[in-house]
Design a protein around this ligand. Structure first.
Ligand code: GLY
Length: 363
């Protein structure tokens, strides 16, 4: 895939916004004169806050609010704390929130922005690979409940996304690998050529640490995702945006059951592996393609040997999957591949088939 521009537009029916690949410099295209700005960061990403606030000259007031890093913070209580910090700072309806961090920070800040005074503007400045390729774009926001992930949420699009790949240099290797799960997802569900590009590039030693490769996969992933969100912003058009949930129904269940010891990307990689096996079981996908997916995940350090699923049982995963937002009338809906670069929605999937695929991968 050749996406050379320094930015792309997320073109939506009611408004469009830019996704910049040129770091923080393009912030100057969005003057903040006279605005009150709350930067939200976690305890890991607060270190970058000075770099962001240095770009906000002219703002009336800027403050950084920091919460403890980790999925355990992604709660309604933390979203309320963000809103209270905004009130203390004097944020009105013309204020701006900036999410500076990974998926948890982006989802939380976007959620708080969507409810604060009935909704204010926010920007995304993702610092993890996963947030750069997926969660910072497309407007899904949310917080978790003890029962499951993202069970409270809204659609609230950011006003701009600024991707600074320098932040990846300090990202722990495990988190970098986890981000690749969403990249592989785009290849399997949407784009065979992208999948084959990943297979080829990941043959090279240390590809995952190669900044040029990472820049290229970020651009390719954002381009593919923007194209899907443009067609189905609210995930209501059947098998369009819903395809981006490949591996996520299994993955969310595994994340919750592991008490979030599994990283989101690791859980999604595991979920894609199970979904692939299920698709083979249904005769929708060849064994050879499932093996290609698993080999590619292993090259991303996301093979089953790279994380610990030993505490999971098939029955517990199935029970947790029943809370998934995509299910209808209690029937399981799953995204299953039908080729490399193609997928569709399987409705009304029988529990016994799911259990058999889970047992195959968990054994
Ligand atoms: N992460 C899937 C989506 O944004 O639709």
């Amino acid at each position: 895939m050749n996406v050379d521009e320094d930015m792309i537009w997320m073109r939506l029916e009611r408004r469009s916004y830019p996704i910049y690949f040129g770091g923080l410099r393009p912030i100057c295209n969005h003057p903040v004169d006279g605005r009150t700005i709350l930067v939200v960061a976690d305890s890991e990403t607060a270190q970058y806050s000075d770099r962001v606030t240095a770009e906000l000259a002219g703002a009336k007031a800027v403050s950084t609010w920091v919460f403890p890093a980790g999925e355990v913070s992604k709660t309604l209580a933390t979203a309320v704390e963000i809103c209270q910090a905004a009130l203390r700072l004097g944020c009105g309806r013309d204020a701006l929130f900036i999410a500076l961090g990974g998926g948890v920070t982006g989802d939380l800040t976007g959620f708080a922005a969507s409810i604060y005074m009935r909704g204010i503007e926010f920007w995304q400045i993702p610092t993890s690979l996963l947030a750069m390729v997926d969660s910072s774009i497309g407007g899904k926001t949310g917080v978790d409940l003890p029962n499951g992930k993202n069970l409270l949420g809204t659609f609230h699009q950011p006003a701009a996304v600024f991707i600074e790949t320098d932040f990846l240099r300090t990202l722990p290797a495990e988190h970098l690998a986890a981000g690749m799960a969403e990249v592989v997802k785009y290849g399997v569900t949407l784009d065979r050529a992208f999948f084959m590009y990943l297979e080829r590039e990941l043959e090279l030693p240390a590809a995952l640490e190669d900044q040029d490769f990472l820049r290229s996969v970020i651009r390719g992933s954002c381009y593919l995702k923007a194209n899907i969100v443009r067609r189905d912003e609210y995930e209501t058009r059947g098998a369009v945006r819903e395809l981006l949930n490949f591996g996520h129904t299994f993955g969310h269940a595994a994340e919750v059951l592991s008490d979030y010891r599994l990283l989101h990307g690791q859980a999604v990689a595991w979920g894609m592996t199970v979904a692939g096996r299920l698709a083979v079981r249904f005769g929708r996908w060849s064994k050879a393609d499932a093996a290609r997916l698993e080999a590619l995940l292993a090259k991303c350090r996301l093979g089953r040997e790279h994380y610990d699923c030993s505490g999971l049982s098939a029955e517990a995963v199935l029970a947790a999957m029943r809370l998934d937002k995509k299910n209808r009338d209690g029937r399981l809906r799953l995204v299953l591949p039908t080729g490399i670069g193609r997928a569709s929605i399987a409705k009304n999937v029988a529990a016994d088939d799911v259990l058999a695929a889970l047992r195959e991968v968990l054994q």
